[in-house]
Design a protein around this ligand. Structure first.
Ligand SMILES: Cc1cc2nc3c(=O)[nH]c(=O)nc-3n(C[C@H](O)[C@H](O)[C@H](O)COP(=O)(O)OP(=O)(O)OC[C@H]3O[C@@H](n4cnc5c(N)ncnc54)[C@H](O)[C@@H]3O)c2cc1C
Length: 469
């Protein structure tokens, strides 16, 4: 069986059957399919789905999957299409199954601190609903229009992973529909569970290749008191990176520790036209901390300040107003767009290395890049080792996509040799599957393929993503 195996086309009979299941208003066959032809994968070629279907409940999802399985038609689950690896794009044709109408928050259980939601609920809607009840979903995977289903399918991460981890740490249970139309329920409203294989965690991060997630139970926590930012300039990358484990050893658990260098800061300033405080220094750590009171915050910031100064920090900057804080966080969110604005970007990666290896990784990646006549602007999550790195040349300069691809392989090999892996949070999807064998051997990938076959013997679930069968 290969991902390129011959699938059936979606014909009029299939469209009629889909309309019978979800109503014709929820079946798109016209120009409006274009909105479902791409995600946010950089440089990706759009692919118009043969049909888009928008079920409103799990029973309809089950009937659609059963139909697709019987007719041998690919199914591509889709949340908001904010993914960065082509995961929701129907490269092998078939049905795009958009979960956008399954967007109800079904329950916020205030005693057990659990939200039960449909997959099409956006992060923004979840934040608003739980915070209105004095509860909190602490993960922040960057793009708040993304759906919870998409976050679960990609095991989304973001800026708060140092303290809270990633999506998988917050998923307690799932409802999911298998390609044969069976509906399964995994996990539940509990933390402890030693009852068979953990199917919940197997489905988290499976990128729509095993099943369609139709309900999610998410762990919540109490609202934190206040969140503050410390911006700490250093004279060099090594000192900044060495300060990170020292902060953690000091008994402080920041929400996030972001790292950025002068070249990125100046690109953001160029892109936004706004000056960033202390922009003359080589490197910054942006440390986000939570505290229950002003006194607690002062203690934490004094401790962080002391540790960083011992590790070569040049200064400690705490934005004095909510506006200054917001400006800094907004600037951080502009890093990616700013690099694209200022450079001819040829490749991008969200590699992860052990956090102590960040400086070595960056230095060696730069050496490699200069051998290829390219630059590798980078920034990222210093607290968890997840780096966003770009293979780029100056705007208008001669650029070879092939060379950039070669450089990217060297960069992945470098990260892997330091104990890292290919994708920290965006998933392999379509774009990174070719690199998967760099980090996983044939036994591991073979085992994953057998898991896939056990769930999806006809390979209709999001074929051609993660690996080809
Ligand atoms: C500006 C920007 C910033 C971002 N920042 C971050 C960040 O900080 N951290 C991070 O982790 N990501 C980040 N992302 C990436 C993106 O937001 C995440 O990957 C997100 O989880 C995708 O959600 P989505 O609803 O858009 O999913 P889609 O893009 O629609 O789909 C993503 C994958 O999930 C599958 N899928 C979707 N729903 C289901 C379902 N119900 N059942 C089974 N499979 C499903 C799809 O088939 C696809 O493989 C960012 C993206 C952008 C554009």
């Amino acid at each position: 069986m290969t991902a390129r195996k011959k699938y059936q086309k979606v014909n009029d009979d299939v469209v009629a059957s889909l309309a019978e299941i979800v109503g014709s208003k929820n079946v798109l066959t016209g120009d409006d399919r274009e909105n479902y032809s791409r995600d946010e994968l950089f440089r990706a070629k759009p692919v118009i789905p043969e049909v888009v279907v928008k079920p409103e409940d799990a029973a309809s999802v089950a009937r659609i999957l059963k139909l697709a399985n019987a007719k041998n038609i690919p199914i591509v689950p889709r949340g908001s299409g904010t993914g960065l690896s082509g995961g929701a794009v129907p490269y092998y044709g078939g049905i795009v199954l958009s979960l956008e109408k399954m967007n109800k928050i079904l329950e916020i259980d205030e005693d057990n601190f659990i939200a039960t939601v449909e997959p099409g609920v956006t992060l923004a809607a979840l934040y608003q609903a739980v915070e209105a009840r004095g509860l909190y979903y602490p993960l922040y995977p960057g793009e708040t229009s993304a759906t919870i289903g998409g976050n679960v399918a990609t095991n989304a991460g973001g800026m708060r992973a140092v303290k809270y981890g990633v999506t998988r740490q917050f998923v307690l249970g799932l409802e999911a529909v298998l390609p044969g139309g069976e509906i399964i329920h995994t996990g539940g409203k509990f933390i402890k569970c030693s009852t068979g294989y953990d199917l919940t965690q197997l489905l988290v991060g499976s990128e729509g290749t095993l099943a369609v997630v139709t309900k999610i139970m998410l762990k919540l926590i109490a609202l934190p008191g206040k969140r503050e930012i410390l911006c700490i300039p250093f004279h060099n990358l090594h000192d900044a990176i060495r300060a990170v484990p020292a902060i953690l050893k000091g008994g402080i658990l920041p929400v996030g520790i972001e790292w950025m260098e002068r070249d990125i800061i100046s690109r953001v300033e160029q892109y936004t036209g706004k000056e960033i405080p202390l922009h003359g220094y080589e490197v910054f750590l942006m440390i986000i901390v939570e505290a229950n009171s002003e006194d607690e915050f002062i203690n934490i910031s004094n401790l962080i300040g002391e540790i960083c100064l011992k590790h070569g920090a040049a200064d400690i900057f705490i934005p004095g107003s909510e506006k200054a804080k917001r400006n800094l966080l907004e600037a951080r969110e502009k890093f990616g767009p700013a690099v694209h604005h200022c450079e001819e970007v040829l490749e991008t990666a969200d590699i992860v290395v052990p956090r102590g290896a960040i400086a070595e990784f960056i230095e060696k990646a730069r050496e490699k890049a200069s051998e290829y006549g390219m630059t590798v602007p980078a920034f990222g999550h210093a607290g968890d080792g997840n780096l966003h790195i770009f293979c780029a040349v100056k705007k208008g300069a001669d650029a070879s996509q092939e060379k950039a691809h070669e450089l990217l392989i060297k960069i992945y090999e470098l990260g892997i040799s330091l104990g890292g892996t290919i994708s920290g949070e965006h998933g392999l999807g379509f774009s990174k599957k070719v690199f998967f064998p760099l980090v996983a051997d044939k036994h591991e990938i073979g085992l994953m393929k057998r898991v896939k076959q056990a769930f999806d013997p006809n390979n209709i679930m999001n074929p051609g993503k993660i690996f080809d069968l």
